[in-house]
Design a protein around this ligand. Structure first.
Ligand SMILES: C[S@@+](CC[C@H](N)C(=O)[O-])C[C@H]1O[C@@H](n2cnc3c(N)ncnc32)[C@H](O)[C@@H]1O
Length: 162
């Protein structure tokens, strides 16, 4: 059929297959635990809010996955509210911490059920980029289209709102 070729199998489908169970989420967590082997992430994140009163800081982590950033920040701040669209990731994240100042819930990065201006720091680790992959359609001639900019902007606007 003439016209624009279809995109390859959707990124969302691939991603769902990758983290299809709690077991896969636990594997993901083990894999990610090696990422910050030099221990730079916490210092970098806290430098963003240097000068603020950490003890009263509320953090929001969107696309938390297994809660890596939430767990890292929790001992240094008042509270962390962490969200992911995957039920399995949220279940794995809950199982990975007993910190009492961290809560996890299912939500999309573009629609977080919290009031405006509630957070002193909003973090997203490797989550916003998924929107580009999901909403960009590649064509055989090497060009791409699709509303990925709007979706990424919506996620950034939501972080800004919080
Ligand atoms: C590569 S993992 C990163 C997890 C964690 N932030 C980290 O740094 O290890 C990406 C996570 O983003 C979540 N995610 C992707 N798109 C999302 C969306 N639109 N809304 C909420 N979560 C999303 C996925 O379910 C997955 O758990």
């Amino acid at each position: 059929m003439a016209g624009r070729p279809k995109a390859t199998r959707s990124f969302r489908a691939k991603h769902s297959a990758l983290y299809a169970s709690e077991r896969d989420c636990a594997r993901y967590d083990a894999l990610c635990s090696r990422q910050d082997h030099a221990g730079n992430t916490l210092a970098e994140l806290l430098s963003v809010v240097a000068g603020d009163n950490m003890a009263s800081l509320h953090v929001v982590d969107v696309g938390t996955g297994t809660g890596k950033l939430a767990r890292l920040l929790a001992p240094h701040v008042q509270s962390v509210s962490a969200f992911d669209r995957s039920d399995d990731m949220i279940t794995a994240a809950r199982a990975a911490t007993s910190a009492r100042n961290v809560s996890f819930a299912v939500a999309d990065v573009r629609s977080v059920p919290l009031p405006d201006g509630c957070a002193g720091l909003v973090v997203a680790g490797w989550a916003i980029s998924y929107l580009k992959a999901e909403y960009e359609v590649w064509h055989r001639d090497g060009s791409s289209s699709g509303p990925w900019r709007e979706e990424v902007d919506a996620a950034l606007a939501e972080m800004e709102r919080l």
